[in-house]
Structure formats: structure tokens, C-alpha cells
Design a protein around this ligand. Structure first.
Ligand code: GLN
Length: 471
């Protein structure tokens, strides 16, 4: 635990001074995995031998001064990211036996800098969920209290960092899946601006929302990883070629009144949030409540558009191209139907059906087109606020982690938990969740910062000040 609880810059100093080896770090993470993974279910597969072998290679590079910028950083990757020669299953039975033939750009860039990939991490099936209970491989349990969920969909990624099984995880965030589990587990989660990190090698859920970002114990580690994974790779046409320059500081921060006064907000979270606001004021910021007229439209817009995109993205899982195929079908149609019925879980089927419905000829304009229009309004209003203020702040979630099974019976209740996080995805802006203490049950709470597109550094600077991170 001791190595992984330090920021990577500190670890690197020790590595360069020869006081610590990558093999020792890897072993310490593996020890944590051996002690806790059976119970927590964070990793679906651990690349133990490979990680040890890579550690020896990186130790040798350190000795001769050729080690990359992430030498000895031990990283876990969410099961939605491709890693050449390794399984990628999206937490789903439909990708049983599937092995990636190439690596995601984000994964490859970490490897190129000598990070050690220690395993792939459990998640909600295809990233669809908020508690990691929709994984075909069972839920991930919260290390703070195993009667509670980890949050989702990057639950395994958050718990792995929380429990010291790796230093950083790569997660994905379509509607909050990095920030929400980070908040439930008391760690840091960064969702980048849409268009900053290539989605090449990310198994698609909702392509116009999906982002890849780090989950870490330290803001500085999240920044380091982001600096390495961001930027054009020629494979994702939605990437910006040039990252816009920083916006000037206004020393003004907004919170959305309808969020902070929301009836679902747990009183302890509200109190902790108010303390954070006081901290911001003491740093010299003016903090003001603003109105956001589309609060009730956020979730419907998000769920109409993401289900539509997922119904189209998931059409490729047909039992023919890759993954699970049913046995002895009588004809092609039965092969498709049975492979999909057997391979997909309940929530994924629900989303495919909803998405197919909103895209169907008779309902397309009423749902899909309408939601696209509302998305534009939400984007414009969000950007208008961020043109006057440096940040929009809120609690990351309205409550701390749910008990296992608490929300599984009612999908609507589950979706409501995403209320504070989806705005960043609908608008395409960056968001950061940092720890905000614990409630009276010892469950972590999270504080969210959102800012103008491509201003990740500015957001991380403030995140660092608020967490008093060591540089
Ligand atoms: N809970 C949200 C959903 O189920 C967010 C998921 C995500 O960000 N991948 O769609």
C-alpha cells in the first residue's frame, strides 16, 4: 500500500535514485490483488506473469536511463478498452473468448511510456449502469464497506485504485461512469472534454458521449496520465487537431441552484458541499448560484440519445463477427436472435429496445430529433454559464454509495442517480470528481468541478489545491 499511496512523481524520484524497483511496486500491487480481489471482484483478469516480466524490463531501462515517462506506473484498464492479444469483454458474455487484435490508443500510449498494465477491470456491461451490478461477472464491492456498491460503470477501476491494487485505472465516462464510482470510492476521477482523447480501441456504447479518462489517488497522477493519452492519433474523426489555449481566470464559480437545492440531495452531502464552497471563497473566488432551466430535461435527453446510439453500436454483436455464437441454429435469423438473447444481459437488452424504439420511423422526430434539439439547448446554456464563470461546481452524486441491490429493481431509480454527472457529457465539457470526506456511515462523498472545453489543466490546478495534493 505504501508505494501506491504516494503520487507517481514521488515514486519516480525513488526509482531514479535506485531506492525502489518497479518489480517491488508491481509485487505490492499484486499482494493487494491477492488479498482483496476475490471479495471485491474488481479485476476480471490479472496479468501477473506479464506484469512481473514487464517490471524487469522497465527496471533495466531505468538503470541505463532510457525509461519512459510512466516507468513503474501500475495501471489497470476497464474491460471496455482493447489491449492487443488480451481479452476485452465489455463485462459481457457476448464477448466470451474475444481477444483484441490491436490496442486502444490510450492503452498503447501508456505502454509506450513504460507503464505496467496489470489487468482488466470489471464494469457494467457495455458501460451501461451506475453501480457495476450489470456486469455479467457479478458486482464489484466497495472497499470502504463491502455491503455497498462501487458505483458504475467503471466500478472495478475505482475500487482497484481505492484498494491499492494499482496506482491508476483507465475508465470510461459516457454519463458519469468515471466520476460516480470515483465519488463512491473516495478517489479522483477525470472525464475529459469530448474530442480530447481518441476513442480508437474503445468498445462503443454511445459514440457522441463516450470518453476515456484516469481514476487515481492523486490529482497529479490523473494529470500525468491525461497528458500522455490526449491528442490526435488520426483514428478518431471527432478529435480536435489543436487544443485551444487557456481561457483567462475570472475568479468566479457557479453552482446550479436546482442541483444544490435538489430534494434528493443527502443532507450530509449538502453540508460537505457548503464547506467546499467556503474553501473556494477563502481562496478568493466569488461563488454564486445560477439558474439552469433544463434540469428536468438532462436525464431524458441523455437516455434517449445514448440508447439510440447504443442500439446502433451494439448491432455488430450478431454471433457472426465476434464473440458468443449460439449452438445449432436452424437459420441465420435464429442465429442472430439466439446469440443476442443468450449473450446480452437484461439492462443491455432494455437499452437496445428503447434505442430502437426512439429511432423507429414513427417516433424518430418525437424522441430522437427532439432530444438532439434539447441537447443543443443544454450545451448552449452550459457554455453560456462557463463563459461567465471559471467552473460549475456540485456534489458528484446526490447520495453516497447504495447498498447492494438497493436500486436494481427499478431502472428509473438507477437512472436518477446520474443527474449531476450527465450534464458534462451532454454538453461535451470536462468534469473532475475529487473526494469530499465521508458521511456518518464512513462512505465517501465526492465534489465535482466542470469547466469550459479543453480547460482540463485549469480544472486540475484547482482540484489539486482543494485536495492539498503533494506535487
Ligand atoms: N449510468 C450511466 C448509464 O448507464 C452512465 C454510464 C457511463 O458513463 N458509461 O448510461
Amino acid at each position: 500500500m505504501s508505494y501506491t499511496s504516494q503520487p507517481y512523481v514521488k515514486i519516480r524520484e525513488k526509482l531514479l535514485a535506485g531506492e525502489l524497483s518497479v518489480s517491488t511496486i508491481v509485487q505490492s500491487n499484486l499482494d493487494q490483488i491477492h488479498s482483496h480481489n476475490k471479495a471485491l471482484n474488481a479485476f476480471l483478469e490479472v496479468y501477473e506473469d506479464e506484469a512481473k516480466a514487464m517490471a524487469l524490463v522497465v527496471d533495466a531501462k531505468l538503470k541505463v536511463g532510457t525509461a519512459g515517462r510512466l516507468a513503474g506506473l501500475v495501471v489497470g484498464i476497464k474491460d471496455l478498452l482493447c489491449y492487443q492479444g488480451h481479452g476485452s469483454q465489455a463485462g459481457s458474455k457476448i464477448l466470451n473468448t474475444f481477444k483484441s487484435t490491436f490496442s486502444a490508443t490510450a492503452v498503447q500510449r501508456l505502454l509506450d511510456e513504460d507503464a505496467i498494465i496489470i489487468g482488466r477491470q470489471n464494469c457494467d456491461e457495455f458501460g451501461m449502469g451506475s453501480t457495476n451490478e450489470n456486469s455479467a461477472f457479478g458486482p464489484v464491492l466497495n472497499f470502504a464497506n463491502q455491503a455497498y456498491v462501487a458505483g458504475g460503470s467503471s466500478g472495478g477501476s475505482a475500487v482497484a485504485v481505492q484498494a491499492g491494487m494499482c496506482q491508476v485505472s483507465l475508465g470510461t465516462d459516457t454519463g458519469g461512469s468515471i466520476r460516480m464510482p470515483a465519488s463512491f470510492c473516495g478517489v479522483i476521477g477525470l472525464k475529459p472534454t469530448y474530442g480530447l482523447v481518441s476513442r480508437w480501441g474503445l468498445i462503443a456504447y454511445a459514440s457522441s458521449f463516450d470518453t476515456i479518462g484516469p481514476i487515481a489517488n492523486h490529482v497529479s497522477d490523473a494529470r500525468l496520465v491525461m497528458d500522455i493519452i490526449k491528442g490526435d492519433d488520426g483514428q478518431d474523426s471527432t478529435l480536435v487537431a489543436q487544443i485551444p489555449p487557456p481561457t483567462s481566470d475570472k475568479m468566479r464559480i457557479a453552482y446550479i441552484k436546482e442541483v444544490v437545492e435538489h430534494p434528493s440531495l443527502q443532507p450530509e452531502i449538502k453540508a460537505a458541499f457548503e464547506k467546499k464552497v467556503a474553501q473556494l471563497i477563502s481562496l478568493g473566488y466569488t461563488v454564486e448560484g445560477v439558474d439552469f432551466p433544463y434540469i428536468d430535461q438532462l436525464l431524458p435527453t441523455y437516455y434517449v440519445l445514448t440508447t439510440a446510439e447504443s442500439s446502433s453500436n451494439l448491432a455488430r454483436f450478431d454471433g457472426v463477427k465476434f464473440g458468443h455464437r449460439t449452438s445449432n441454429p436452424v437459420d441465420l435469423m435464429q442465429l442472430y436472435k439466439r446469440s443476442r438473447r443468450e449473450g446480452f444481459g437484461e439492462e443491455v437488452k432494455r437499452r437496445i429496445m428503447l434505442g430502437t424504439f426512439v429511432l423507429s420511423a414513427n417516433y424518430y422526430d418525437a424522441y430522437y430529433t427532439k432530444a438532439q434539439k434539447v441537447r443543443r439547448l443544454i450545451q448552449e446554456k452550459t457554455i453560456a454559464i462557463l463563459s461567465e464563470y471559471d467552473f460549475i461546481v456540485s456534489p458528484t452524486t446526490s447520495s453516497t454509495a447504495y447498498r447492494l441491490g438497493e436500486k436494481t429493481a427499478d431502472p428509473i431509480q438507477m437512472y436518477l442517480g446520474d443527474l449531476f454527472t450527465v450534464q458534462a457529457n451532454v454538453a461535451g465539457i470536462p468534469g473532475l470528481s475529487i473526494p469530499m470526506g465521508e458521511d456518518s456511515n464512513g462512505l465517501p462523498m465526492g465534489f465535482q468541478l466542470m469547466t469550459y472545453p479543453f480547460q482540463e489543466d485549469k480544472m486540475l490546478d484547482l482540484g489539486e489545491r482543494l485536495t492539498n495534493d503533494e506535487k
